[in-house]
Design a protein around this ligand. Structure first.
Ligand code: COA
Length: 164
């Protein structure tokens, strides 16, 4: 059974993430989407909220071979723990590349049994990021095209509350 992990901050999940999840799920027997901690970022949604939003979105998309989890340690350790052979990451633009390249190398050093695979983001999601969604939503802008339909209400309410 080929298991892959798609790690990220998912603060919150966007249509860009869902595009990668959908395509990753077609490539592997099981795709584990996992919320991990990026120590360089200050998150808005709690780990539990991010997992809940992902679960609702994955369920709404009808993706039966996708599991959602969280982990607060190293990605390489988690990959080993769940027996994943591949780490899936999305690439939006060349600006993502340097950081992703470095992450892939360190992860391979820490766990030589797992390789990183990059999926090129669909053109319509090139400009999208979780921070843009947070910014637009916190000023009352329409985020309905940016986040999965199942979680628009929850994400909007949280962003508006945060801004008040
Ligand atoms: N379409 C649209 N946007 C996308 C996207 C896509 N396909 N793929 C990523 N993004 C956006 C995200 O929304 C996010 O936006 P933001 O910066 O505004 O928040 C950004 O691109 C990248 O975020 P994400 O993919 O969620 O990952 P990340 O870079 O925040 O997280 C971890 C990286 C969590 C995987 C990494 O920090 C990690 O592995 N942490 C665990 C500890 C560890 O092992 N560290 C590495 C070794 S030292």
């Amino acid at each position: 059974m080929k298991i892959a992990v798609y790690p990220g901050s998912f603060d919150p999940v966007t249509m860009g993430h869902m595009d990668i999840i959908r395509r990753g799920a077609q490539m592997f027997d099981k795709l584990v989407v996992s919320v991990l901690i990026n120590t360089n970022k200050k998150s808005l949604f709690t780990m539990e909220e991010r997992v809940e939003l992902l679960k609702k979105s994955v369920e709404g998309a009808g993706l039966t071979n996708v599991e959602v989890s969280s982990f607060s340690g190293l990605l390489a350790d988690y990959t080993e723990q769940i027996g994943a052979c591949t780490i899936v990451r999305g690439l939006r633009a060349v600006t993502d590349f340097e950081n992703e390249f470095q992450l892939a190398l360190i992860n391979r050093k820490l766990n030589p049994n797992a390789d990183t695979v990059f999926l090129v983001t669909s053109a319509e999601n090139m400009y999208l990021s979780s921070s843009l969604v947070r910014e637009v939503g916190s000023f009352g802008g329409d985020i309905s095209e940016f986040v999965p339909p199942e979680v628009i209400g929850q994400v909007t309410a949280r962003l508006v509350n945060k801004a008040e």
